[in-house]
Design a protein around this ligand. Sequence first.
Ligand SMILES: Nc1ncnc2c1ncn2[C@@H]1O[C@H](COP(=O)(O)OP(=O)(O)OP(=O)(O)O)[C@@H](O)[C@H]1O
Ligand code: SF4
Ligand SMILES: [Mg+2]
Length: 336
Amino acid sequence: MSEKLLEINNLKTHFFTEAGVVPSVDDVSFSIKKGEIVAVVGESGSGKSVTSLSIMNLLDKAGKVVNGEILFDGKDLTKASEKELRNLRGDDIAMIFQEPLTSLNPVFTIGNQMMEPIRLHLKLNKKDAKARCIEMLDKVGIPRAEKVFDSFPHSLSGGMRQRVMIAMALSCNPMLLIADEPTTALDVTIQAQILNLMRDIVEDLGTAILLITHDLGVVAEMADKVVVMYAGQVVEYADVFTLFKNPKHPYTQGLIESTPKINQLYEKLHSIPGTVPNPLNYPSGCRFVDRCPFAMKQCITHEPNNTYTADGHTVKCWLHEMDRIENETLKEKVRN
Ligand SMILES: Nc1ncnc2c1ncn2[C@@H]1O[C@H](COP(=O)(O)OP(=O)(O)OP(=O)(O)O)[C@@H](O)[C@H]1O
Ligand code: SF4
Ligand SMILES: [Mg+2]
């Protein structure tokens, strides 16, 4: 197996709507190694979910991957057949979404719903599949797992249902777990419990996680690497320590300043003024230009490139491209 379990290169996903083409994901690249937790963070509408749905081709009809490759264990999923993708889903790649699409079916017992993928993917008989279910329910900290196995979803609390979802997702030993806002609907204490649980299980099984969240507190607790998205693009990409110690993009800096737990130095909470631009009408230069306290003239007209540093830190901002332009006169010229 290659060192990179998942490698997304220059992904563009567009929605073809009556109002026009929505470039929801625009040239996104990042990778995940085996056993690694990579968080994708950004405000609502930044393209986090569309990125994750593109991986397994679960976009709705209007959506299409129009460019790039998604390599899973070396195989390009953008070229895979629906049958190949179906085999991967729930087997090598598992997903937990907040959306009802993948939540539990109210008319079947927990056991019924858990058994099916286990029997299919692990090819176990009924007795062994049941034993596996109980083992997984135990693992995610569900008391009286045997009883829960025979219960219907409505008899469980939100936190318990989410634990069941995690147990289901991990029951076939996936190589990659995609978790899109897995705890947002739960109260804070349960959130922390469930995230810790996910981290422990993942450490045990060596599963990699693509964790989508808009909560930087969760990122700091969980992630090895962080992808910061803004308006469909990756604006910063770094390991978690580097990102919090030395955030380079003004958007990331704003996000950190507006996160209470992380930003203990600031007495007053900042929030980033302004809103995300309309995706049908993105600015031609930097997409953050209307909200950026450091915006310069060329930010309006020219899109910044990705600047890479030796330690793998990537930032898409003119301030950092400028750092590389050594000639002061030239710098002044570009600035004006
Ligand atoms: N089915 C669709 N048709 C048209 N546009 C869509 C569709 N789904 C998503 N989009 C657009 O794509 C962009 C990215 O959406 P996405 O759901 O990925 O955001 P997100 O980062 O997951 O936000 P949130 O934090 O609210 O979940 C948004 O502008 C959204 O309006
Ligand atoms: S490119 Fe310009 S507007 Fe965009 S984040 Fe950097 S300084 Fe701000
Ligand atoms: Mg989303």
